[in-house]
Design a protein around this ligand. Sequence first.
Ligand code: PRT
Ligand code: ZN
Length: 218
Amino acid sequence: MSKLKIAVQKSGRLSEKSLELFRSCGIRLSNGDRTLITSSPNFPVDILFLRDDDIPHYVEEGVADAGILGENVVWESESNVVVNDKLGFGGCRMSLAIPRDEVYTGVSWMENRRIATSYPQILKNYLQKKGISAAIEITGGSVEVAPGIGLADAIFDIVSTGSTLMMNGLKEVEVIKRSEAVMISSKVLSSTKSEILSKLLFRIRSVKKASENNCLPQ
Ligand code: PRT
Ligand code: ZN
């Protein structure tokens, strides 16, 4: 029988919550370590554990049929997949930040500046839309240290509580997008797999609604 292959983050902020989502929908998963793949004994899904950055491409290519990841990663990849539902966890902002002591004069402050980010595509699209020309410095991790070490004048990064910015002497000046975990799927699913996905999304929506109405034990 055909199963729906769903990619989730192997180890990171969304991993536990993604697995919890399946459990809350009554989908049992074998408890083994997160090897590459695990299946469910009571629902036709296989779970694939991957780095989040690989998920859009794998879904686009049909290696996985669906995936759970931050919508920010989907935007950055500009991949051709369906974004189904927002899942209600992993919420964050994608913001521009500058050194605390700078006087911010609006987005034109960014003109001819260097902005460090690990989301160059989203930033490029935003700057283009605003008609701002700036140099984008692509950094893999620890973007927030870039101004302090003289690599950039500003950063574009994910913010949730704001404490990372604060600890690095930065202030948030523009919120460009708001992201959260989403379910994506391939544009070309067989009818059986589409049906499984619909059933899964129906369960997810019911669980979400029930918890919003506080009818489920938390
Ligand atoms: O290994 P892999 O590539 O799979 O994981 P990753 O390291 O790329 O991603 P991970 O696990 O850090 O984050 C997964 C997803 O969680 C992101 O793509 C976002 O959709 C979402 N998310 C939610 C966050 C945050 N909140 C968040 N606060 N991702 C990262 N952060 C980081 C941010 O980059 C910054 O360094 O936390 C810091 C800011 O947090 P505050 O609370 O100090 O503002
Ligand atoms: Zn990643």
